[in-house]
Ligand binder design. Structure first.
Ligand SMILES: *[C@@H]1O[C@H](CO)[C@@H](O)[C@H](O)[C@H]1NC(C)=O
Length: 187
């Protein structure tokens, strides 16, 4: 009997502890000057500094959604891949105070991942280079891009390859690693 009560007490304590010590969801107030500057750099890749008008339009399509759970918005996921995660997150935080710090933003919507890889998503299939190409061209088309990337090789080397380099998962990228990249790459 005593052991039951001890267990219940321990369990209750565990619940109380996890509620009390749940990590805070961090709200971010971006310095207004940074917001003004980031507006000017829309379409400029965070890491390479290369400007793409097509990417700028995808970023604009993302911002137009003014979402909070930004990785549930297809243009925002696409924008992160061409512009970089840091500025896409920052620009969203600038316009919407409910967008949490990078690591606290809700996970990549599985429906978006399924749209990228197809019906094998629930079986855990990774995103291939061709999946990514189809996804980013689809996002550019949805954003009514007129000034398309010069060639698909540019898309591969400038946008796809850096993600592969970060995830280090070979030639393809599983859901978890892509989701990690969105949250933690600071790219
Ligand atoms: C975006 O949403 C936030 C929070 O609801 C709101 O304060 C802000 O005015 C919106 N911005 C735009 C550009 O619609």
């Amino acid at each position: 009997m005593l052991s039951i009560w001890v267990s219940i007490a321990a369990f209750t304590h565990l619940i109380a502890a996890s509620v009390l010590h749940a990590p805070p969801q961090v709200r971010v107030t971006v310095d207004p000057q940074t917001c003004v500057e980031e507006q000017k750099y829309i379409g400029v890749n965070d890491k390479t500094g290369v400007y793409s008008n097509a990417c700028a339009q995808v970023v604009d399509a993302c911002l137009a959604q003014n979402g909070t759970s930004i990785w549930s918005h297809q243009p925002c996921v696409a924008a992160a891949t061409c512009q970089g995660t840091w500025s896409v997150i920052t620009l969203n935080q600038c316009q919407n105070p409910n967008v949490l710090a990078a690591g606290d933003i809700p996970n990549l919507a599985f429906t978006i991942y399924t749209n990228i890889v197809g019906s094998c998503a629930p079986d855990g299939c990774p995103m291939t280079q061709q999946n990514y190409i189809d996804f980013i061209y689809g996002a550019m088309s949805a954003a009514n891009v007129v000034d398309w990337p010069g060639s698909v090789n540019d898309v591969i080397t400038q946008w796809w390859q850096p993600i592969l380099d970060w995830t280090a998962t070979g030639d393809t990228i599983p859901y978890t690693n892509f989701n990690d990249w969105l949250h933690w790459s600071n790219s």
